[in-house]
Ligand binder design. Structure first.
Ligand code: ATP
Ligand code: MG
Length: 200
């Protein structure tokens, strides 16, 4: 069986925190591949979205080009609507019987696991690989026992980076260089993404 890590997110935009989390999980849990799955409409997120789905996917592809074990999978964009991980994992398990899946999540998402759609069924099907984000110390005891046991924590160098921070920096005219891989940086600046709109 191939072991696949699923890295789901809005990736608005993808940054080096996502890439390091994926690499850390791959290395620590002996995964064969990590599949990056951009969310179409996130269920638990409110507020403004920066780039459209096609662009978010393009940035993911640019970020992972050259690493054959990292793949972009537009399954949630193709399905459309609100993206529930339960639906995605169910579909992947059906389509890819030769693979087992683990979901890679940062500590913010570890703590909101109880709110996920059909979480109990999801947690019966897959395990979670958790990484800590600075400012959000992992507290597994906040989770009900049946979920806590499904999370394996892996150590990664703390990366105090978020897409929200990157979008804010762009709005304020500040640099995001080195927070995202070079080809992503070039595309964002070339396309003028996340800049304040001029005609408002
Ligand atoms: P936003 O600020 O827009 O929510 P984000 O940086 O949190 O963006 P997401 O696309 O929401 O990125 O996150 C995708 C996944 O990556 C989530 O599981 C999240 O916890 C994880 N993640 C994001 N940034 C980091 C980071 N710096 N370190 C570890 N995990 C991260
Ligand atoms: Mg987030």
């Amino acid at each position: 069986m191939k072991q696949i890590g699923i890295m789901g997110g809005t990736f608005d935009p993808i940054h080096i925190g996502h890439l390091l989390a994926a690499e850390t999980a791959l290395d620590a849990c002996q995964l064969d591949e990590v599949w990056f799955i951009p969310t179409n409409v996130p269920p638990l997120k409110e507020g403004v979205q920066g780039a459209d789905a096609e662009m978010r996917l393009r940035l993911v592809r640019l970020a992972i080009a050259g690493e054959p074990r990292f793949k972009a999978h537009p399954i949630e964009l193709e399905r459309g609507g609100v993206s529930y991980s339960f639906d995605t994992i169910s579909e992947l398990m059906e389509r890819e019987p030769g693979c087992t899946f683990a979901y890679i999540i940062g500590s913010d998402r570890i703590h909101d696991l109880p709110k996920w759609h059909r979480i109990d069924e999801l947690a019966e099907r897959i395990r979670f690989i958790g990484v800590e984000r600075p400012g959000e110390p992992v507290q597994l005891n906040r989770l009900p026992e049946h979920l806590r046991h499904r999370v394996t924590l892996v150590e990664m160098p703390p990366m105090g980076i978020s897409s929200t921070d990157i979008r804010r920096r762009r709005m304020a005219g500040r640099s995001i260089r080195y927070l995202v891989p070079e080809p992503v940086y070039s595309e964002i600046t070339k396309e003028g993404l996340y800049e304040p709109r001029r005609n408002d």
